[in-house]
Design a protein around this ligand. Structure first.
Ligand code: G
Ligand code: G
Ligand code: MN
Ligand code: NA
Length: 250
């Protein structure tokens, strides 16, 4: 049976779940928020990773509906947290290009009563491919409403730097491939340094992703990254484990 049939059914049956991974503020020495990560506990196949089903959801036109579910659930969840905690949500290019996107966001904020300043959207460079005027306008509109916009997987796209000119991002998330090699490989270390410097020059936050070891943490801290995220702090956890995760990282 094809995964795409199961996907449609999963949407109807509300089979999806969100996990949350803490993002650690290295200067304040505390959790600044969580990134919502979609999970699909499939009744027969077990946990299907997002890399496997999000591209299919894109292909069959289900991503806007699924993305709307993610936004609603994430905002609702975050509204129950202490107000200093932000929520970061990944959004795909197709989602943002949907004419209803701004309305979907407004509805999620309305329904949850979440302060827009606590919502951060993570987009990849692919969102800005082609530099569509509509997409840029949508992002500006969202930012004007107080949302924060982060550029995810930074450094892995085609022409990273030109995207920084097309939109005033609030954050750069340094791709985990650079962070992973930052100890062993000089090139990666220098790339982390360069991105951190870029963030400083632009006056925006830099977040190192995929921090797994204390050595990597020391390295990215020495380079002046503002935030860190990765298995060293915590794997993505279900909503019920958010409070224990916060306590364990105190
Ligand atoms: O959670 P994990 O590291 O397996 O995520 C794999 C990929 O799926 C990452 O690139 C992540 O950004 C993406 N992803 C996770 N959750 C969502 C989501 O809710 N929406 C979109 N568009 N992508 C997501
Ligand atoms: O593309 P994006 O950055 O949104 O992807 C986030 C993905 O990275 C999630 O699937 C999450 O599970 C994964 N992830 C988060 N921290 C780590 C880590 O320390 N190591 C590895 N290998 N993956 C991680
Ligand atoms: Mn992300
Ligand atoms: Na990323």
């Amino acid at each position: 049976r094809a995964l795409e049939l199961d996907l449609r059914e999963a949407m109807d049956k509300d089979e999806f779940d969100l996990f949350y991974q803490p993002i650690y503020d290295l200067q304040m020495d505390r959790i600044s928020g969580f990134e919502a990560l979609l999970r699909w506990p499939h009744p027969k196949r077990g946990l299907v990773p997002p890399d496997q089903f999000i591209p299919i959801a894109e292909d069959i036109g289900l991503i806007t509906l699924l993305g709307e579910w993610v936004l609603n659930r994430a905002c609702e969840q975050a509204a129950s947290w202490p107000s200093e905690l932000k929520i970061a949500v990944n959004v795909s290019a197709t989602q943002i290009r949907d004419p209803r996107f701004a309305e979907v966001i407004a509805n999620a904020l309305d329904a949850s009563k979440l302060d827009p300043q606590r919502l951060e959207l993570e987009i990849t460079e692919s969102v800005l491919l082609g530099n569509s005027a509509e997409t840029i306008a949508t992002l500006h509109k969202l930012k004007a409403h107080g949302l924060r916009i982060a550029l995810d997987d930074f450094g892995t796209g085609y022409s990273s730097l030109s995207y920084l000119r097309s939109f005033p991002f609030d954050k750069l998330k340094i791709d985990q491939s650079f962070v992973r090699d930052a100890i062993a490989t000089k090139g990666s270390k220098l790339i982390v340094r360069a991105i951190t410097g870029l963030g400083k020059s632009l006056g925006i936050t830099t977040t190192a992703e995929g921090v797994e070891t204390i050595e990597q943490l020391n390295q990215i801290q020495a380079e002046g990254c503002n935030e860190a995220q990765g298995f060293l702090f915590s794997r993505p956890v279900p909503a019920t484990e958010i409070a224990p995760t916060i306590l364990s990282l105190r």
